[in-house]
Design a binder for this molecule. Structure first.
Ligand SMILES: [Fe+2]
Length: 320
């Protein structure tokens, strides 16, 4: 098996297109990093914006967007409020949530993880049409027929009037240090960034703060694709029948199911588990209860494995 498309660095974009569709801002880019699976999960693209670039106010009737701010600052406008989203913050947009994004710092990068949107196919098709038939693309007739204006899946709002609020008062905004739930064990702190109830039950999103030398591992029976983002730090990745490799800050790990492996931190590292299919919230809640009521249980490997199995969470956290 090849490491290609398993270890994805920021330079490994599948395509790199200008983000503003009328061609007026060629500096802004959209880079496709991972194509969605047949169910529309784990579509990943990097948006690179400059001051003045905006995503106009809209809502989706289907599909979920989870944005990681990887550099710079965005202003998020939603539901009559606005607040800055800074490096390390996560924004999670659910269906029927009006939202607009304004870039307020040059060279802002936000990494978008989509679920059920297939948005990058749409962008690539639209740019191809623009480059071949520019006049038609810019015509009102095209805009009227454009799928993005299909009122059954997408609704455009006028520019909203919003008041400034602290970031924690925007329900879609999850600041770097904030967790919907927080758990801490030796060598690892876990913060729940997006709950399963916010993804139609398909996945959870977690921030894992790991000390240097910490190891995550799984067996060949692991039934789910992994999608990790190395937010900061670096890790050594070992996968069955492959040469070990190092993944650094801003790299993505898109690891197939049924492939044994491990991830070991080479320094203090923050990993984002962007596609956690297993029930890690249930697993953590159960372990946390034992941590406070019967701590010796956490040293019982058979108990830990049994609890993992019960909650369909299949990655062994080293210190448990
Ligand atoms: Fe959107």
């Amino acid at each position: 098996m090849s490491v290609a498309r398993i270890h994805i660095t920021p330079a490994d974009a599948i395509w790199d297109l200008d983000e503003v569709s009328d061609g007026s801002e060629p500096r802004s880019r959209c880079r496709l990093m991972i194509q969605p699976d047949p169910y529309g999960l784990n579509e990943v693209c990097d948006a690179n914006y400059y001051v003045g670039n905006r995503v106009s106010s809209h809502e989706h009737m289907k599909g979920f967007e989870t944005f990681l701010v990887d550099n710079g600052t965005l202003e998020i406008l939603s539901l009559s409020k606005k607040a800055p989203a800074r490096k390390g913050d996560i924004v999670h947009i659910m269906p029927f949530t009006p939202h607009s994004i304004h870039c307020i710092e040059d060279n802002t990068i936000w990494r978008a993880f989509h679920q059920g949107l297939w948005l990058t196919d749409f962008i690539a098709d639209e740019r191809a049409l623009r480059d071949r038939h520019r006049d038609f693309f810019l015509s009102p007739e095209f805009k009227a027929a454009n799928a993005a204006y299909d009122k059954s899946t997408w609704f455009d709002y006028v520019l909203p009037e919003c008041r400034d609020v602290p970031p924690e008062q925007l329900p879609c905004l999850r600041p770097y240090d904030f967790g919907l739930a927080d758990y801490s064990f030796e060598g690892i702190t876990l913060k729940l960034k997006v709950g399963r109830w916010e993804t139609a039950g398909l996945k959870e999103v977690w921030q894992l703060r790991l000390s240097g030398g910490y190891k995550l591992s799984w067996e060949k029976t692991h039934p789910y694709v992994h999608l990790y983002d190395v937010y900061s730090g670096s890790v050594l990745v070992r996968l069955e029948n492959m040469e070990p490799f190092t993944a650094n800050t801003r790299d993505l790990l898109h690891i197939p199911k049924y492939l044994a492996g491990s991830i070991e931190t080479l320094e203090d590292t923050v990993l984002l588990d962007m596609g956690c299919k297993g029930y890690l919230t249930r697993f953590m809640d159960e372990l946390n209860a034992h941590k406070h009521r019967e701590p010796k249980k956490l040293k019982d490997r058979a108990f830990i494995r049994e609890t993992m199995k019960k909650n369909d969470y299949n990655v062994l956290l080293e210190t448990l």
